[in-house]
Design a protein around this ligand. Structure first.
Ligand SMILES: Cc1ncc(COP(=O)(O)O)c(C=O)c1O
Length: 402
């Protein structure tokens, strides 16, 4: 990065989300080149990081958008993305949301039979259907989005119902979709789910695309192996090649990663505001708590998914390594970023970097404890730009009617 963390904080304040667009572009390019099959349209699952500067960089790499809410569709449209390249993967959408999406001209990816029926009844001409291949995956049960315990998708065994609905209406099912989970590092589970989805796709005669979803994980832990992207891309390409030969015409392949494209680009910088050592007691040996000026309101992944984020002390590189608990400033005992983490002994005023925070970080941030949202900055080569100013307490309070 062209500018030190200390300078960034001096200029933009703390805590601060920083995204390096070079990393985003590199990941977008790597994923696109892993797929040899054509036609191929990669989508970006905007939910991972909706910061407009980040989304724009990915769109400029040739990506369309997977949006899961009207707000995400609005971001894509405001950035000038062609509606034909936006997939609205609905989840329990309302009729009003459905009508808006139809007017916007985006493809609605229905996650239930009744929503598909409502779309047909409302005069919808085209839809995609999200199927549950009954094979789930993911780094945590809360991010497993297929299998028996999920609210998502039409079970793959119900494809005949989808086909009958299509025959009896003016609606064409043009897309066959799955998204089995998030944080997947094992390419093999994908391949099994893809095969199920392709068996479903064979029953749908009007398809234009097959979408294998997102879910590609990243190595959050030191030494953790990365997903074998080449193997994954080769598997998807081979399966699609064989399928389109059987289907009789080439269908577009789509993937819709979120985390893979943005996680490693992001760092949450925070400043140490307190260091305390609890004394040893008869029950337990004392711990050292390193408190900082952010918390799970800004990065909830550790509290919510037991996630692991690498943490670097950017200020005290030569201090002795010490086991510390890194905790936030939210009034909750679960506000813990790391337990017994070995760091160069942090001191007041040190800057800590929570790594790989570019996905589901700011996107999931809240104002719990009436704490404002942090600022976001993008680094683009030797340029540093403010992407979102820090929210003020006044702005937070002014959102309510007094
Ligand atoms: C429908 C859909 N597609 C794609 C994604 C992106 O997943 P990931 O960030 O794991 O690639 C998600 C995330 O949960 C999703 O819900």
């Amino acid at each position: 990065m062209p500018i030190s963390a200390a300078k960034l904080i001096a200029r933009f304040g703390s805590p601060l989300y920083v995204y390096d667009l070079a990393v985003v572009r590199a990941r977008a390019g790597a994923l696109a080149t892993s797929i040899s099959y054509r036609p191929f349209l990669p989508l970006y699952a905007i939910k991972a990081n909706p910061c407009p500067a980040v989304v724009r960089a990915i769109v400029e790499e040739g990506y369309g958008i997977d949006a899961v809410s009207p707000g995400e569709v609005a971001i894509a449209l405001r950035l000038g993305v062609d509606p034909g390249r936006i997939l609205f993967t609905e989840n329990n959408m309302t009729d009003a949301e459905m009508v808006t999406a139809m007017q916007q001209g985006v493809t609605i990816n229905c996650g239930s039979l009744d929503r598909l029926e409502r779309l047909a009844a409302a005069g919808g001409r085209e839809a995609s259907v999200r199927f549950n291949p009954d094979i789930g995956a993911g780094a945590h049960e809360k991010i497993c989005t297929a299998g028996p315990l999920t609210k998502f998708g039409v079970h793959f065994s119900q494809v005949e119902k989808v086909a009958r609905l299509e025959q009896g209406s003016g609606l064409r099912v043009v897309g066959c979709h799955m998204h089995i989970g998030s944080g997947i590092l094992d390419a093999e589970v994908y391949a099994r789910a893809m095969a199920v989805i392709l068996s479903v796709a064979e029953r749908l005669p009007n398809l234009r695309f097959v979408d294998f979803g997102g879910g590609i994980g990243i190595p959050y832990r030191e030494g953790q192996p990365a997903v074998d992207l080449a193997a994954l891309g080769a598997q998807a390409s081979t399966l699609m090649g064989a399928f389109t030969a059987r289907y009789g015409r080439p269908l577009e392949l789509r993937l819709e990663p979120g985390r893979y494209l943005v996680a490693e680009s992001g760092t949450l910088l925070t400043t140490v505001t307190s260091v305390k050592r609890n004394p040893d007691t008869a029950q337990a040996s004392g711990r050292t708590y390193v408190g900082c000026d952010t918390g799970f309101n800004h990065l909830v992944r550790v509290a919510m998914y037991d996630a692991y984020h690498r943490i670097d002390n950017l200020s005290e590189r030569d201090a002795p390594l010490t086991a510390v608990d890194v905790v936030g400033n939210i009034c909750e005992s679960g506000d813990v970023f790391a337990r017994a983490r070995l760091l160069p002994a942090p001191q007041l005023g040190d800057i800590l970097a929570l790594r790989d925070a570019g996905a589901y970080g700011m996107a999931m941030a809240s104002t719990y404890n009436t704490r404002p949202l942090p600022a976001e900055v993008v680094v683009d080569g030797d340029q540093v730009r403010l992407a979102r100013p820090r929210q003020t307490i006044e702005q937070l309070l002014d959102a309510s009617i007094w």
